[in-house]
Write a protein that binds this ligand. Sequence first.
Ligand code: GLY
Ligand code: MN
Length: 513
Amino acid sequence: MANSSETAITPAPRSNENRSTTPGSAGFKAYISSDWAERTEVLPPAREQAPFAAARRELLSAMHPGQRLIIPAGRLKQRSNDTDYAFRAHSAFAHLTGWGSDAEPGAVLVLEPTATGHDATLYFRERAGRDSDEFYANPDIGEFWIGPRPSIAQVAGDLGVPVRGIADLTAVLNTIDNETLVLREADPHFTTEVDEARLRFAAEKVLTTDASDSPFSVEINGDHSADEQFARGLSELRLVKDSYEIAQMRLAVAATGRGFEDVIRDLPRSSTHHRGERLVEGVFNTRARSDGNAVGYDTIAASGPHACILHWTRNDGAVVPGDLILIDAGVEVDSYYTADITRTLPVDGTFTDVQRRVYDAVREAADAAFAVARPGAVFRDVHAAAMAVIARHTAEWGMLPVTAEEALLPDNGHHRRYMVHGTSHHLGLDVHDCAQARREMYMDGVIEPGMVFTIEPGLYFQPDDLTVPAEYRGIGVRIEDDILVTVDGPENLSAGIPRTSEAVEAWIAALTA
Ligand code: GLY
Ligand code: MN
C-alpha cells in the first residue's frame, strides 16, 4: 500500500528561526542525531471509517470522469505571531480520507483519473529522520515538539489509501492540465501553486496550438467557476450520511448531553460568579475536550437578555437566578462530526409563567416542524411549519399589526421580527454542513433518509422592542434538536436531553439536588 517517497524532503520552514537557541554546531548535531533506539513500526489495521471514505471517493470519481481532483487538508493558521490555531483539516478532506483530529497539516488528497475511474493518493509531510534538524528544532512539526508522527506506511495502512511523501507533489504540479480541479478554500497557498501550474500549462499550450481555440482561459483569468462547481459537489456529497457518519453523530449527541448535565450541575457555582456565562462555557468545553476533539463551534452561553442575541459568544455576563440561560453547544468527536443542541434553562430551576408561555410556544413550533420532517417533504416546509406556530402565538400576544394569516403571506413576515433565523440546517462534519450545496439540493431539496439536520425554532424579544408587551421583553428562547431522517420518519437524536418545560425543570431539580 505504501509507496516510499522518491524525492528527498525539503526541510519544512521553521517559525522560530530568528530566535532559536538550538546549537548548530557539528558536535551538537552529531550527538543529538545518534544513539536512538530503533523505532518499532506498528502497522495498524485500516480504521473503521476507511471503507466508508473509499465509497465516498468512488461517488466523487463518478461525478468527475477524466478529471484530476485535488482536495487539500489545509495548513496551520496563524493566531498571533508564531503561534497557530489548533489544526483542523477541511471537512471535505476528512470526509474523503477518514482522517479527523489526527490529520496532518499540509496533507493533500489527489484523485488521478484512470480509464475506469480514479486512483487516490494521499500526500503528506512524512516525519523527518533523526539525522535531520527538523526532528528536534522545528516547533511546528518536529517530534521533539509536537510528539510522535506517523510514517508513510502507518498512514497508508490506517486509512487504506496509497500514501506518498509531500515532495512527490511536485510531480503532480508538473502534470497539471486543464482537466484539474482543486478545492480552493482548503489551502490557499497550495491553490496558488496549482493556479501557477495551470498558467504554465496554458502558456505551453498557446505556444503550440492556435490561441483562438484554446479552451484554457476559464481557470486562468480568475474565473474559477469549475473549481467552485467542484466545491459545491463536495458539499452536496455530504447531504446524505452513511452508517458510519450516523453512528458518529449519535456519539457527538451523547457527549453533548453529558456536557449539558455538567453545566446544570455547576449552575449553583456559575450563578454566583460575575462572569458566570464564561464558567458555563468552560464546563462545557471541559466535556468537549475530554470526550471529543473540541467544541464544534463556539459555545453560546447567553443568560437573561443575552439570549436575544443569536450568536452571543462573548459570554461575559452573569447568570442570574430568575432569568433564563440559553446554551447552544455541541461536542465535535475525534472524527470531526459535531452535534448542535440548544437548551434554554431557568437558572433557578423553575420557569415563571411568562417564560413558560414563550418556552412552550417554541416547543410547539419545534414539534410542528418535526411532524413534517419526513422523506419526500421539501426541506423548506420544515421551516414553514414552525413559522405557522410562531406567527399564531405572536399574533395572540398582540405583537403583530396584522393577523397571523396575513403575517404568513409571502409579501409580509411580521412574525419574523422575533425569529430572524431559519429553523433548520444540515449537520455533520460542519455545524452548518453542506452549506455550499445548490438551493435546489438544500432549501428546495427533497428530504431523504440519511439526512441529519437541526430543528431549532426560537423567539427573541429584545429588551427595547416597543412592539412587545413589557412582560415579554428580554426573554429569548431557542430549543434545538438534531434530527436523523429514516424511512419511517424523523428520529430525534437528542430526544434523551430533556426538552419540554416540565422535563427541563425535573432535570435541573435532579442534577442540582
Ligand atoms: N448553533 C449555532 C447555529 O446553528 O447557528
Ligand atoms: Mn444550529
